[in-house]
Design a protein around this ligand. Sequence first.
Ligand code: ADP
Ligand code: SF4
Length: 680
Amino acid sequence: MARDPRFDPLFEPLRIGPVTAPNRFYQVPHCTGMGYLRPQMLAEMRGVKAEGGWGVVCTEYCSIHESSDETPYPCASLRDDDDVSNLRLMTEKVHAHGALAGVELWYGGHGSANLYSRATSLDVASLPNDATLGVPAQSQAMDRSDIRAFRKMYREAAKRALQADFDIVYVYANHYYLLHNFLNPDFNRRSDEYGGPAANRVRLLREVIDDVAAIVAGRSALAVRYSIPRDYENDPKGLLECFSLIAELPDLWDITVDDYGYEMGSSRFVREASNQEAMRKIRSMTSRPVVGVGRFTSPDTMLAQIAGGIQDFIGAARPSIADPFLPQKISQGRLEDIRECIGCNVCYAHDSLAVPIRCTQNPTMGEEWRRGWHPEKVTPSHADETVLIVGAGPAGLEAACTLGRRGYRVTLAEAETELGGRINRESSLPGLAEYARVRDWRIEQLARMPNVDIYPDNRLDTDAVLRLDSQHVILATGARWRSDGVGRWRRQAFAGCEQDAVIGVEQLLDGFNPGGHVVIYDDDHYYLGSALALYLRAQGAGVTMVSPQDSLGGWGKFTTEHRPAMRALIEAGVQVVTARGLVEFADGRAEFECVYGGARTSIAADYLLPISARVSNDELWRELDARRDEFGTAGGLSLQRIGDCRAPGIIAQAVFAGHLAARDLGQASIGPKRDRVVLS
Ligand code: ADP
Ligand code: SF4
């Protein structure tokens, strides 16, 4: 298919200082949980993005010195010659596809606790550590000799960046790291030539830009990553004034807003292109090319950015994770094949856990090297065989798609009228509409596969499965929520759990409108609790949420959902109670005990909604497993269960399980290989 000429502006090359980007698709620096620890995984993953058409592909934050060490998080690093060799692997793979490679040179300041190196962090002042771990330590306020040493670190790292063949070298001046902190009067109270008016606060950044520019001159472009206020009309920190003083110095500006939860907010709370007006403002203040993110997945929105003069490049982290081939698909006129990011931030959550990122929509993310998975290529089936998949939730849909692409003859049976499983219910909740993309993209793909037959409204039992006589059977029958409170905190059902006033998650999502006052007991700690609370409030119910942990929805801290979810709950008038475990429900009161001291409290409740653990729908599996010897004439080559039917988990895990089962069918499983140093 040919490209719609409307999108041509997205494919125009653009000069960035001495180098030229082949198009406007720019993968901005983004964390991977791979970094210096897993260089082969990293290089392969970045290379795949270049192959998919991203014209610029950058590293994540890249440490320039031992005193900028964010262990246990594995950032990239350019601290010595070994780092140069490892990162050259990435630049080679990026260059092989005609893209430019960028490196984001990073110094953490009070944002790095240096837990491995035990070096002292340097910063504009002595500031308490402000990294995810909140280590009880402070940085050292830099004196003039520290400033000289810091500038030298940047110069040395810039030289190494050239050795590693990077085309774009970043000076990183946002996200509350050192260079930002000099700009920010909340931190910078210095009385020397680096403190006070904007011209002084911007001095160090200007010096570092000049230093790096002198080194990379003519060979690489110099980019600065910089943040401006989200509400740019209101600039109490003077970030725009500082910007105006250096607006023409770099070859490119990579702009974010100074609120990380907004910059990469989850789709529950932040929409596509949400920074657009701030970007327009900055674009008017410089003649240099500008790039910014906005979780762009719509080609029309992208076009509006470029054609409307809002920015010069389409900056992307998450859209490039969800679909590394997004640019190529636009270029080939295959818009319906774009696998759109759903904004769940599961990718970021895993970086926040210091492990390689993964993606709900793209199960190959992070598996390019260690399992040899390519997002667009699969191994054809080895034989003309039939596969029956039971259940069309995320796991079953993904298995069907991938087996269909491999050329198997696939039958997908689903009990409900609508395909989608848990997605159907959950995406109807406030803020979760984009989760439907997990279902819709796969249904769209399947509709074009003549070798896949889909049977909705077909609840299969054991006899039906045996009658169908497929050579491979994959059970993806999902899981259901418990309503007896058994979960992390309780190991046994709570007293009174059998009453009608105890409602189940599915009951609620299937349309039951309780009214009155509902107490939600949330021992799941992810998005469902707060989403259901907001849903109930919207229906007019009074809601109290109780958690046995110290905060509500604690896992949401990894996905950036926690703070906005709390804000939304408070604004909606939801009462929040923490550190209380559910004990019993009797006489219209839910009774809890303090998880520390055991003191009892009770809350009046018309209804109690426990959200704790789930139970696999594995009845079919157990029956079939017991009757394996009855598998019919076709031979019954394999029977397996996947996704929530095997072990309940997040949607990303179900999609991954479906993909893994489909990739491995009929062939030896590859990996996961381990990316590590081997002593010889
Ligand atoms: P997962 O996240 O593992 O994909 P879901 O719960 O989202 O699991 O989806 C499971 C799907 O399986 C649901 O749509 C459910 O209706 C369907 N299902 C469960 N049991 C059967 C069955 N016996 N026959 C057909 N479909 C089934
Ligand atoms: Fe988007 Fe979620 Fe994938 Fe991250 S994990 S890229 S937010 S779909």
